[in-house]
Design a binder for this molecule. Sequence first.
Ligand SMILES: [Zn+2]
Length: 372
Amino acid sequence: MAKVQSGTDVKSQFKTLSEADIQASTDDASFRKGYDYYLNHAIVEPTLSEPVLRAFCHSSSGSPYHVEATLLPAGDKSAHKLASAGCSCPRGGFCKHLVALLLIWLHQPERFVVRTGLMGRLSEKSREELLNLLEQLVQRQPDIEPLVELLIELPLATTTQEKKRPGRGREPTLDPSTIRSRVDSAFYHAGEGWGAAGRVAAELDPLCDIGKSFAEAGEWANAQVVYATVAEETVIQYEDLHDEGQVSWILSKCAAGLVACLNAQPTLPRSERLEAEEREELLTTLFDLWKFGHNYGGIGVDIPAAIAGNATAPERKRVEAWLREEMRPGQDSSFYRAKARSHWQRLPGNWDTGQTSMEARDATTINLARNA
Ligand SMILES: [Zn+2]
């Protein structure tokens, strides 16, 4: 086996990073605290699995935070300093833990143990050996079994050509219950109170990535299953969560994925397009996400425009019926309804939102009052 390398041995392979770059990526307080963390050795077990820096950081809540940053190759000419970065702490984004991790990389690269060659070593194994290894992995970590079941359905071939599997655009092969149980377990294990939303989002984000892999391979039916199941299950559990924006961000990702699914349909050959039933489910989920966005704010995706741009005449009738049902006077204030209607009324083609002439007059009054 090759000698164990440290970060120092491989540092020159990656794009350089300065203290000023790190400072410019975050706010002053996070940079200061991150510097203290770095000086006080709060970051443990730093490893480099090329090109990803990883480490843990002790947290006051008990379970350690997992922080990582993906380095860019030395020849990279872009303005970016890193390919990606993230942390499982509630703040997320460019937090103090990330600052500390990168300061170690900058000043003490020898602390990083380089884990190279894993893929190379695996590629030398026979099919039987690999299956055996997987079996042992699942036996020792039984909780990864559902994840393996999900990943098995992914288009795993390396070339785009091989990834395209005829008919898989319209044929869902994923079992939504596998995804549902992962979403439920994310909420269950996240607990309650401050920080729970960040923990939920950290668990749900990889599921969105799986949806993205299906979409990239043109397996829209499976992409829809992933995004819709994550979205529906999350909306159900959302009420009891103290969200600080992380979970609504996940819902935005789901909405964007489902909109991409809808927008892709007219570009596909007929044999790859979703069936009417799946399309209806797609519209239903999108409509629910629009309602969610209107109630809670924070879905940065123009769902009404996507629906209006794609709906067939019968589909539009159905969506209008949902809208009229939603906009029935009684449950919500007329201000709420006027605001919700405005999302649809601005679209071309006169969407019927069931507005009475009296409500139209009220809406105008509200708008006038707001603009005054
Ligand atoms: Zn953090």
